[in-house]
Design a protein. Sequence first.
Length: 443
Amino acid sequence: MNMEAKQAPGASPVNIAAWSTKKPNPEVERFLARPAFPAAAEAAAAEVLADIRQRGERAILAAAKKFDGASLKPAELRVSAAETAAAAKAVPVRIKRAVQEAHRRVMAFALAGLREPWHTRTPHGGYTGEFFSPMDRVGVYVPGGTAPLASTAIMTVTLAKAAGVKEIVACTPCGKDKAVNPVLLYALKLAGATEVYRVGGIQSIGLMAFGTAAVRPVQKIAGPGNAYVTAAKRQVYGYTAIDQVAGPSEIAILADASANPAWVAADLLSQAEHGSGHEKALLATNSRKLAEAVCDEIAWQAAKLLRAAMVERVIAAGGILLAVVPDLRQGMELVNRFAPEHFEIMAKDARRFLNDVRAAGAVFVGEWTPEAVGDFIAGPSHVLPTGGAARMFNGLTADDFRRRHSFVEFTREDLAAACPAIQIFADVETLTAHGRSATIRFE
């Protein structure tokens, strides 16, 4: 591997490792085995949440001062309508248009994906089926520490609005000056947030889950966050529902020799710049030459990025790995084991690999579909499972903000036909009242 041609001075090297299903590589296995809930985050979340349960608003304000450096008064927690209006005026027209375009596309995708009520007939003229109702009050978390993620406001609140939710609470951290990014506030208002609180991190999850004297708790919390926010969401499950595990960002790319190494490197780096230091980026390729060229490009491009220091942290921690596999089928197997948040396919006839995807939050097909289109504007929400959770969780949809109700409407004949089976189950489970509730209708 020759990295001298384009490598920037002082840049850490990116590892290239061989891997196959028959010869697993320990280095690759270590890369795959990232914890969904780091111990430090779990302990911190437990401590702060316990304090919030005991002291309520006072604990939230104390945590905001400790972690965000913001000395807030109780009346300052909620962003006022006047502040939101002022923010909208401060946002340049060209930025408003971009936010509006993203909102339009995300809303259209969300509405198209809503499940429709359905029913089927029973053997004797009755009905069974499902229908849906929106939740009454939900909460969304919008990261704002290392970057004000206005796109996340669109990718969460818009979905709740599409589902028909009336009360949408949004939490996002403010700076030491107590200000919230105006573009973020504009996006929240446009998407449909009804309440916005300038609080982030673990304390925001506690605010939404437990409520305070002034803020009612929500029925569900959605949205991405760092390891501490993710741990807090897991720990409040039961007090409220949560969407999924959505922590530090991840990407995997399956590529063959036809892929442009500069494009591959740029896409890998797009997730390394988020800033937590725990981001992961994997390339699986059957071309050693491509892997070496991507390695050179990463070193060259990383040094020129605005967030070069953050990217360097990820590279130094081994957060970017280039795996050379015998063939793309085995590369696909490696990607499924990784279960990435984002998955790009940059190979000839890329669509043919879709049927092989078993674990990925969102899939981006072909060389003209960088992951950034999903982060900002394509339509599907960018709130996706991380830490391997794509094996059992899906990306956020509007249906996540609705309740599913099944219904059954039997006729007399339906119940008569079912009574013998009902009685047998009641006898086996010694639930005589269950059985009698059906048979009594025929006495």
